[in-house]
Every structure is written in C-alpha cells, then in structure tokens.
Design a protein around this ligand. Structure first.
Ligand code: NDP
Ligand code: N5H
Length: 257
C-alpha cells in the first residue's frame, strides 16, 4: 500500500479477465490509492470485470464501453468520462489484436486486411485515445501502453503484431513530443511472455516462456504484478522526468545476445 496515486483518476483499458495484464495493473493502481475508470469492448469482459472488482473489494469510479475500432465509440466513452469524472490524470492502454491465422507461418503472407487490422487496433488506438485523454488531462498526466520485444527483433510467429508494436513504440515517441508541452508523458512497458487470454492458442507461446527461464538474467518469467508495479511507476510522480521511454520488464532477457 502507498499513496502514490491518491486522488488521481486513472482510465484502464483492456481488462478481459483475471489473467489480463490490465488486471495486474489495476491491483497495483488500487493499492496506490487511485480512483479507477475502466473501458471494455466485449460484454463478456464487462461481466468478468464487475465480478473481479466485487471479489477484490475494489469500487470502480466508472465503467464505460469502448471499441477502439470506432471513433464514435471512443468519443462517446471519453465524453461520458468527462461528464461523470471530469479531470483524469492517467491512461493505461493494454489493447492489441491480430487475426490468429496471421500469428504463425511467414510474415510475408500477411494480408492487406490483416496488416491494417493489427495496426488499427494495436497502434492507431494509442494515437486516438491519447488525443481523447489529452482533453481531460488538464492538470497534466501520464499515458502508458504495453509492448513486446517482437517490435525490435524478428521473433518467430509474432509477425504482423511485431510490425504493429514497432508502430506503437514509434507512436509513443511522437506522441510524447506532442503532449509534453501540456505536462503529459507517454511511455511503454515491454513485458516478457505472460499467459493471458490473448496469448492462449497462439503458436509458440510455451517455447518463448521456456527460453526466459533458461536464458534471462533473472531465470524466471515475469508476471502481471511486476508489469503492474512498473506501470504504476510510470503513472506516478516518481517517473516525472521520463517520457517517450520503452522500459523492459522481462527479467533482463532483452540484453542477452
Ligand atoms: P488480454 O487478452 O487479457 O487483453 C487484451 C485486451 O484487448 C482485451 O481486454 C480486449 O478487450 C482488448 N481489445 C481487443 N480489441 C479491442 C478493441 N477493438 N477495442 C477495445 N479493446 C480491445 O491480453 P494481455 O493482457 O496479454 O494483452 C494486453 C496488452 O499487453 C496487449 O497490448 C499485448 O500485446 C500486450 N503484451 C502482452 C504480452 C503477453 O505475453 N501476454 C507480452 C507483451 C505485451 P475485449 O476482451 O473486451 O475484447
Ligand atoms: C511470439 C509470441 C507468440 C506468438 C504471437 C502472439 C501474439 C499475440 C498478440 C495478439 C494480441 C493476440 C490476438 O490478437 C489473439 C486473437 O487473434 C484471438 N483472441 C481473442 O480474440 C481473445 C478472445 C481476445 C480477448 O484477445 C484480444 N487480443 O482481443 C508472443 C508471446 C511470447 C508474447 C505475447 C502473447 C505478446 C502479446 O503482444 O500479447
């Protein structure tokens, strides 16, 4: 428990269930005293979230529906947040999507449609939600997104998502420059493999997790709580001098050649 985010209003996008990285983040932010606003796409995620909040005795300030594929949905969600909460101080973006059949085989086989879908949901969404959040961050703020090493290196099967994450990471830097003058920071956590709903059923996940245990300096996989605490750091005043940064929470794996 700390009071790092006492009195701060933070929007969390991307809780699908108890395994979600965004749920690990939620627990860290709650323990730091934040008031939490959630957005979900699917009704199923909304149901899971309300049960999780109840079970963990966390009271949401607001829960709104938001599909980042639609400008109208984003406007409506942030309009409702403005109306009911007013000022926000932080935004957590933990959203990505690509067609499962394009997360295997050769990247060269990626379809035009699949490429654009991955870019739209996993990278452009950060641009659109940062723009919407900026209007509500009148006291300054912090935006944090989630990325993976496949943005920097060719990692088998990550394919179209690797290219979308490269775009996301470049967007972190361009957005950081745009909103820095308003006292708003934009950073990313680059997490090691974590078994979540998104990771379920994708080829090669187990193999990637095993390599971490074998080769990463800390010889163990990371978990949602570790990502949660680093995201808390980025949202808090402790990181006030940092923006446009991509910070690895991966047991040090990225330094190994
Ligand atoms: P989850 O499956 O738990 O979360 C993915 C979330 O994306 C879901 O909540 C889903 O919402 C949301 N989403 C997908 N499409 C849309 C959309 N159109 N509009 C709004 N929300 C949408 O998986 P993770 O927690 O693993 O993923 C969170 C982030 O972490 C992703 O960016 C992922 O790339 C990143 N990451 C994950 C790693 C891992 O190993 N798991 C490693 C490094 C980064 P809904 O369920 O309502 O559809
Ligand atoms: C190298 C790897 C393993 C192979 C690649 C995995 C990529 C996963 C990312 C995307 C987000 C997964 C995805 O879009 C799955 C969907 O096609 C199907 N799933 C769903 O629709 C579920 C129900 C919903 C909740 O999912 C979403 N996304 O909406 C990478 C791994 C070692 C690390 C990893 C898993 C990275 C990452 O970015 O998630």
């Amino acid at each position: 428990m700390s009071n790092l985010l006492q009195g701060k209003n933070i929007v969390v996008m991307g809780v699908a269930n108890e395994r979600s990285i965004a749920w690990g983040i939620t627990k860290s932010l709650h323990n730091a005293g934040a008031n939490l606003i959630f957005t979900n796409r699917q009704e199923r995620s909304y149901q899971k979230l309300t049960k999780l909040l109840e079970k963990n005795d966390i009271k949401a300030t607001l829960i709104v529906s938001c599909d980042v594929a639609s400008d109208e949905s984003i406007d409506k969600a942030f309009g409702e947040i403005k109306e009911k909460v007013g000022v926000i101080h932080g935004l957590v973006h933990a959203i990505a999507f690509a067609n499962r059949d394009e997360l295997k085989g050769e990247y060269a086989d990626t379809s035009r449609e699949g490429f654009l879908l991955a870019q739209e949901i996993s990278a452009y969404s950060l641009v659109s939600v940062t723009r919407a959040a900026k209007e509500l961050m009148t006291e300054g703020g912090s935006v944090v997104t989630q990325t993976y090493l496949g943005a920097e290196r060719v990692i088998k099967n990550y394919n179209v998502m690797g290219v979308a994450k490269a775009s996301l990471e470049a967007s972190v830097k361009y957005l950081a420059e745009d909103v820095g003058k308003y006292g708003i920071r934009v950073n990313a956590v680059s997490a090691g493999p974590i078994r979540t709903l998104s990771a379920k059923g994708v080829s090669g996940f187990n193999e990637k997790a095993e390599i971490i245990e074998e080769k990463a300096p800390l010889r163990q996989n990371v978990d949602q709580e570790q990502v949660g605490d680093t995201t808390l750091f980025f949202l808090s005043e402790l990181s006030r001098g940092i923006t446009g940064e991509i910070l690895h929470v991966d047991s040090g794996y990225h330094i190994i050649g």
